[in-house]
Design a protein around this ligand. Structure first.
Ligand code: ZN
Length: 308
């Protein structure tokens, strides 16, 4: 089911997650390896890609899929599209994934680096697979008693093997707020340069939501902590899955009520008010702003740029 037109990467996944089948062990064991089964391999946070002028996501069927399944430490049921059944296979335990005869011309790559060159729906499947495999890799032991955990429910939970504990662990998604802040009196928006940015010079302000906090409070707190700017009228716009490793980006607009920028913490190196002309000038240089069609940050910036 398609909820809306795609706006940026990873927001176009049309997979039916078929929640009710996760507990049906008989169905899983006969269908995850059947002729309609497709496997998405993940190795140490990297996704399998067919190289070429236009790289393609390796979503494998037939004997290639069987080979991957035989070597996987965990097979995770992702869902169905029509009668095609998708699963993710974790190969992270292998020292060298090429030791298991991967398909010709394929290799493991960082999805973030390649995403815009892949088919957007395939990229969404790979992102989902990568996120769940990452979660398994980081929950091999119970956080309550330290005993090893065992995957269940088609790979959507890990249960503690210690029967006196019995804690069941579920995949988590970390909410992150990302916001386009507009100037109180002038036609300007607030953008910052984060020390982690490589190439990219300016983008929207972002940060993690803290426990016990409303999203609106997280927006106001993050903007204030990073730039000294106070905001009101926080308004939700859109979300983008960002499973690198486990976030969902929640996009907002907010209006500033102060203008003096001070970069309080060590995250932002610089923040500035930009006019539309200045943003368009930066957009002409490839690395100044986030690339279009990739991120919710650019979508928020473009939304402001072209709203008049
Ligand atoms: Zn336990």
């Amino acid at each position: 089911m398609r909820l809306m037109n795609s706006r940026f990467y990873y927001d176009d996944i049309t997979l039916d997650r078929a929640h009710h089948l996760r507990t049906d062990e008989t169905w899983l064991s006969s269908n995850l390896s059947g002729s309609n089964a497709r496997v998405i391999p993940v190795w140490q946070n990297q996704s399998l890609i067919f190289a070429g002028d236009r790289p393609e996501a390796a979503i494998l069927g037939g004997t290639d899929a069987e080979n991957i399944r035989q070597h996987a430490s965990t097979l995770i049921f992702l869902g169905m599209e029509g009668d095609i059944i998708y699963s993710a296979a974790d190969l992270s335990h292998l020292e060298d994934p090429h030791s298991i005869n991967l398909p010709n011309n394929s290799g493991f790559e960082d999805l973030r680096r390649l995403a815009t060159t892949l088919d957007p729906i395939d990229a969404g499947y790979l992102a989902y697979a990568r996120a769940l495999v990452h979660w398994h890799q980081n929950h091999l032991f119970c956080g309550v008693c330290g005993t090893a955990t065992v995957a269940g429910r088609g790979g959507h939970e890990r249960a503690c093997a210690n029967q006196s504990c019995g804690k069941v662990h579920f995949p988590r998604t970390d909410p992150t707020v990302i916001m386009l802040v507009t100037h109180p009196t002038e036609e300007k928006c607030l953008l910052g340069h984060n020390k982690k940015f490589q190439g990219l010079r300016f983008s929207t302000i972002a940060g993690f939501v803290e426990p016990g906090e409303m999203l609106e409070q997280a927006v106001a707190r993050e903007v204030y902590e990073e730039t000294n700017i106070e905001v009101v009228d926080v308004e939700y716009k859109a979300s983008q899955p960002w499973p690198f490793p486990a976030s969902i980006m929640l996009g907002f607009r907010a209006h500033a009520v102060t203008t003096e920028i001070i970069c309080h913490d060590q995250e932002l190196i610089e923040a500035k008010w930009f006019s539309r002309e200045e943003v368009l000038e930066m957009a002409a240089g490839n690395e100044a702003l986030p690339p279009s069609n990739l991120s919710i940050s650019r979508w928020l910036i473009d939304g402001w740029l072209y709203e008049k």
